[in-house]
Design a protein around this ligand. Structure first.
Ligand SMILES: [Fe+2]
Length: 320
């Protein structure tokens, strides 16, 4: 299937520049994997037990977006970025030139890539992988019924939402400028937008959403949220309602962000971090040079929505 897609749709690639094309996968530990299975299955994701890990897929999509493993506490273990195969030797040279120390792959990690640590100490991999970031802006559905036809299903017949793909992750960092510098120079990501030294969003140079990874300032590293792309605002609402029905009613939404423009609803997970239903995020095509802005915080967090929970940006991985 993937091969056929490649024959019909060439993968976009910015000529002559070195950068990762996708956030390939995340890995984090939790003390109770069963609790994770329940949460993410209800969220609409496809969970598979493979090689001692709980792997996270989206229904109908071949890519493995991430893994949850058992550990003493919830902790971001590593992030892998995908690169084109012929770029890997150039990344190896770049790591040497920048004197970034290479490390061994973490225990249990399947790897074909280059491992090192980011400034917060989180293991990072650049690996050869298919481009899993979208090659064009993801579609958004707005379905209206004609006159004389009821548009909404009854509550009991409302479908269970199944996100299409991982959209991005947001991680904590001690130092936003340092994170921007490192992820630009080493991984070849580009700054999309920032709000001072509090939050920053970065995209891939070979065509990606407005952000594949974002950073928010905290006392140490950690995973703030995983964001999943859904087809419409209607699906965001359906997902949020379903999660509330299953006991996961805490969160933040419905709202619309300024930076990235996506509509959102965040569901709080059992560890004090979040899973986001996201729709209509901005897209940065391969041949477009996005003008990064530095936005005042009071004017860039959300256009509309309820007041966020007071501890929304609190890093429970550092201070449980
Ligand atoms: Fe997000």
């Amino acid at each position: 299937m993937t091969q056929i897609r490649h024959l019909t749709q060439p993968v976009p690639r910015r000529p002559g520049e070195l950068g990762v094309h996708s956030l390939d996968r995340f890995n984090f530990s939790v003390p109770d994997v069963e609790e994770a299975r329940k949460f993410y299955a209800n969220f609409g994701l496809d969970l598979r037990e493979e090689n001692g890990a709980l792997n996270i897929y989206t229904h109908g999509h071949p890519h493995r977006w991430g893994s949850v493993v058992e550990g003493p506490r919830k902790k971001l273990q590593y992030i892998s970025f995908g690169a084109f195969e012929d770029d890997l030797p150039r990344f190896r040279e770049r790591l040497e030139a920048l004197r970034v120390e290479r490390i061994d792959a973490p225990p249990g990690a399947e790897s074909n890539g280059l491992w090192f640590r980011d400034p917060d100490g989180t293991p990072i991999e650049i690996r050869v992988a298919e481009k899993s970031s979208p090659n064009e802006k993801s579609s958004v559905e707005s379905i209206s019924s004609p006159g004389g036809v009821a548009g909404a299903p009854s509550r009991s017949k409302a479908p269970i939402v199944q996100p299409r793909r991982l959209a991005h992750i947001l991680v904590f960092t001690r130092d936003i400028p340092n994170a921007i510098k490192f992820y630009s120079e080493v991984l070849g990501l580009r700054l999309s937008d920032r709000s001072g030294d509090m939050i920053a969003f970065m995209h891939g140079i070979h065509g990606s959403d407005h952000h594949v990874i974002a950073f928010v300032k905290a006392d140490g590293p950690g995973l703030h949220h995983l964001s999943w792309d859904v087809r419409s605002i209607h699906e965001i609402g359906l997902g949020a309602m379903h999660m509330a029905d299953k006991g996961f009613s805490r969160g933040w939404g419905l709202g619309r962000h300024v930076l990235g423009s996506n509509y959102f609803h965040y569901v709080r997970d059992p560890w004090g971090s979040y899973c986001e239903y996201s729709s209509d995020v901005d897209y940065i095509p391969v041949d477009h040079d996005w003008q990064a802005g530095d936005h005042p915080p009071e004017d860039s967090f959300y256009v509309w929505g309820p007041t966020p929970p007071q501890d929304f940006a609190f890093n429970y991985e550092v201070k449980p």
